[in-house]
Ligand binder design. Sequence first.
Ligand code: HEM
Length: 422
Amino acid sequence: MAPPPHRRARALLTTAGFLRELYAGKARVRWAAYVKRAPLARATLAPWRDDPYAQYELIRQRGVLVPGIDRDAVATVNHAMCKAVLRHRSFGTHGRESVGRDPEQFNLSLLEMDPPDHTRVRRVAAPAFTPRRMAAYGESITALVDRLVDEARTRGTFDLQKEIAAPLPISVISELLGVPDADYDVFIRYGAALGTALDGIQSLRHAREALQARGYLERMFTRLIEQRRTDPREDLLTVLAQNEGGAIRPEEMLPLCSLLLVAGFETTVNLIGNAVHQLLRHRDQWALLTADPSLAGRAIEETLRFDPPVQLTSRVCKEPTEIDGRSFRRGQWVVTVIGGANRDPAVFDDPGRFDIMRTDNADHLAFSSGIHYCIGAPLARLEAVSALRAIAERMPNLRLAGPVPMRGSTVIHGVRELPVTA
Ligand code: HEM
């Protein structure tokens, strides 16, 4: 926004002010050229990233592949292209360099591994998340949800993100892994620092926080794994500890534990928050749900399509490849914009409509596709459906109680606070 004219005139009286104005003018020109060249850029910056969907439509109009933000990348909001790239064997998750070599880089474990290493490590963690295993968690999740919802309801007006959406997944994944007495406030702060690190490090302060977070989690997991070696329990950390040195190399342990913990709550918190947010913005849909809370599963599925917690991911081409008549060179990065693919009119009828009764949303890409398909999808669904159902049953008059500030990140998409009145 331009400063008011009087301030502008005064600013121009000083050399610094003049230079600043000159720079701002040049920056605007450069910015316009940049946005024209890389239409995805706008969707990643304030204020557009808070509601990036209109930007995705502009990208869709430009074609199946548009220039990405980095020089070597292209981006796509096309559902068929996203799905093909995510599932294609010629595409991987990192370049030639080996993951984790650079100590300053965040090692995202499975998310940055390609076969055969990826297959080897994923095989150890996956059995903990099968739907059958999940069914066993159902009861304790319902009990926890009931407690959180009842406590929040007594407050009248409260921040749903803080009181329900955040503590639920933190408790559940901590228990599943075997992290005792989870320190919620610390996890929330560090989880956010690591979650936003997916957008790239924004500032020195952010770098410090992310490094602190990594240090904290690594110290915690080193201690717990040590304990599990001598004192095995019925938890996922014990399974991982038993496989260390076998299927899991020692240096792969801490990144895997950290990924499981942070992926377990940084995303699910936003699924619950985005679902309630969209339902309260679309009152007719909220009315449908409160009339029949067993529709919670459908409402969660529609939220995953319409407002997914993970907006994009990317892959790099490993060998010259052609998909649907389009060529990709080796080393070419492709940004697959999940939030855009989920609104592709070729797949979803009237995609901009939030409609919990729709039957055509099964093919959304909110959990990705192919070998990196989210390992925690059954758990995320279980938690979110359970929470939404209880909220609809016990707080049918729920309404927004103020403006809803967004998180301000690109990859992870959700609200920072969700002020509501029960
Ligand atoms: C609504 C909640 C969630 C969403 C939207 C979500 C989304 C995703 C997406 C999009 C990917 C793949 C990224 C890519 O292809 O590059 C992924 C992978 C993964 N997710 Fe989730 N996730 C959620 C919940 C969870 C939970 C509860 C866990 C539990 C630990 C979890 C653990 C993982 C892991 C370990 C991977 C890596 C899998 C691999 O690379 O093979 N996620 N998730």
